[in-house]
Design a protein around this ligand. Sequence first.
Ligand SMILES: [Zn+2]
Length: 187
Amino acid sequence: MTGHDKFNSDELYLRKNNFCGFKYCPLCGAILNQQEIDNHRRLICTNENCDFIYYQNPIPAAGAIITKENKILLVKRAHPPRIGYWCVPAGFMEWDEHPSDTAVREVKEETGIDIKIKSLFQIYTGKDDPRSNSVLILYLADKIGGELCAADDALDVGYFDLGNLPGEIAFEAHIRAIEEFKKQLDS
Ligand SMILES: [Zn+2]
């Protein structure tokens, strides 16, 4: 899985699974210690005058399933992790965004097209991204404008027949989403 990555995926997983490698309190700079709080491992600041606790949460991401004549729009990744692998257009939410706005923005940034959200498709948890765990919120959407092109974060873009997908899909959540979407179309 790491063949296309320019950095070592195993090391990133180790770091991710160890509180993303965080060692020092972002508020006061003291050492952080692991502690069990409410049945979860947390990082607690060792400075008794500081109340910082690091809660490690998944990062929300959003994207859209867009089709043309029963083909699905996929993006070939230009950035790590999994450069050269394909995925549904999606990306991490900005601080003040609604996930539907994230989906519209990310599709525009990656594929050049403008979309209109139709409905929520499904929500997935992602645990195989070496940077962080995530929550992927996927919508169904229609193209309403723009020109299809491999934009910012993409090496390539294209519509794929659901029976003839590219072999390398980047993440388990995307693989599941495409399978479940295909099942819906077939039923
Ligand atoms: Zn602190």
